[in-house]
Design a protein around this ligand. Structure first.
Ligand SMILES: O=P(O)(O)OC[C@H]1O[C@@H](O)[C@H](O)[C@@H](O)[C@@H]1O
Length: 315
């Protein structure tokens, strides 16, 4: 019998938008829309969804998709003249059929390479030529990796901010802890970016949160007690970017004000975003920046004390 191989399929998604489905032999899968270069689904070997996608998400340009992993580029949030979070998340990307060599081995991995180049219209609002290559990889064990390679193809330098705006699916936000950010300094977006220091143990949630943590470690864990699941987030090669981590949950009031978000859905999501925000990245002509995010979901028996979160962080 032929050996089973990971699969890469192109199909039509919602509203006829093109999507790519990556499947691993043990059952994990991920879906990526060309619209936004946007990962909308990531399932483990048991077919359980690991990312949050709003039931009210609007899969129609120019509205970005609510949930999954939006790519914020060339501007994070309102830090500039562009629309919130830049335009990469609401442009149609292409499949990159001839990507430059990739340093890591691809054996047994399912992956797809996407590319975004600015259109004439984009150049009017952000006058810099670039090539943004995004590789999305599903490892044999179901780990999801996103690698961004952004090249300045212009004659002049440019600067940008960036984020992987990852929406995780959680059973109940009040049962969730984030480990790895405790005792760090953060800027509070809800208090005009005033700087505070996180006190005490792991981060828990009981109201709206919109914080930019500074000088964060390369590994962070999200513990979902009810689901007995721990997400481990690793970021590599994000030299400056790796120092920032955003944590966002709109909570009840803001949720109600968002057209593409269910009133109660804030209970089932948490955004923990690897980002380059406070200090923009500058690329000279011909230079390339690379930022990688790796996500894994492991069963945790944290409640019964079998899994020490510190081991997850340091291991
Ligand atoms: O509604 P958007 O544009 O997708 O943004 C969602 C949120 O994204 C977060 O990253 C920001 O810190 C929040 O301030 C913002 O509300």
């Amino acid at each position: 019998m032929a050996e089973e191989k990971p699969l890469v399929e192109i199909s039509k998604g919602l509203n006829g938008l093109e999507k790519i489905v990556l499947r691993q032999v043990r059952g994990s899968s991920t879906e990526v829309y060309l619209y936004g270069g946007h990962v909308t689904s990531w399932k483990n070997d048991h077919g359980e969804e690991l990312l949050f996608l709003s039931s009210k998400a609007i899969f129609k340009p120019p509205k970005p998709i609510r949930g999954g992993i939006p790519i914020c580029f060339p501007q994070f949030g309102g830090h500039g003249n562009l629309d919130q979070h830049g335009f990469a998340r609401n442009r149609v990307w292409s499949i990159d059929t001839d990507p430059p060599p990739f340093p890591t081995a691809s054996a047994n991995k399912a992956f797809v390479d996407l590319i975004l180049k600015p259109s004439e219209e984009d150049l009017k609002i952000w006058p810099h030529s670039f090539e943004f290559r995004l590789r999305i990889t599903l490892g044999p064990g179901g780990d999801l990796m996103l690698t961004s390679r952004i090249r300045n193809t212009d004659t002049k330098p440019f600067s940008f901010t960036f984020a992987y705006h990852t929406y995780f699916s959680v059973s109940d936000i009040s049962e969730v802890r984030v480990e790895g950010l405790e005792t760090l300094d953060y800027l509070d977006n809800l208090k005009e970016k005033e700087r505070f220091t996180e006190q005490g143990d792991a981060i828990t949630f009981e109201s709206e949160v919109d914080k930019i943590y500074l000088s964060t470690p390369t590994k962070i864990a999200i513990l979902d007690h009810e689901k007995k699941r721990t997400f481990v987030l690793r970021k590599d090669g994000l030299p400056d970017a790796g120092k920032f981590q955003l944590v966002w949950n709109p909570w009840e009031k803001k949720a109600k004000s968002m057209v593409d978000f269910g009133d109660d859905e804030y209970k089932h999501m948490l955004c923990v975003e690897a980002a380059a925000v406070e200090k923009a990245i500058t690329l000279k002509s011909g230079e390339e920046w690379k930022g990688r995010l790796e996500l894994s979901a492991v069963p945790s028996s944290y409640r019964s004390g079998q899994l020490d979160p510190q081991r997850v962080l340091q291991g």
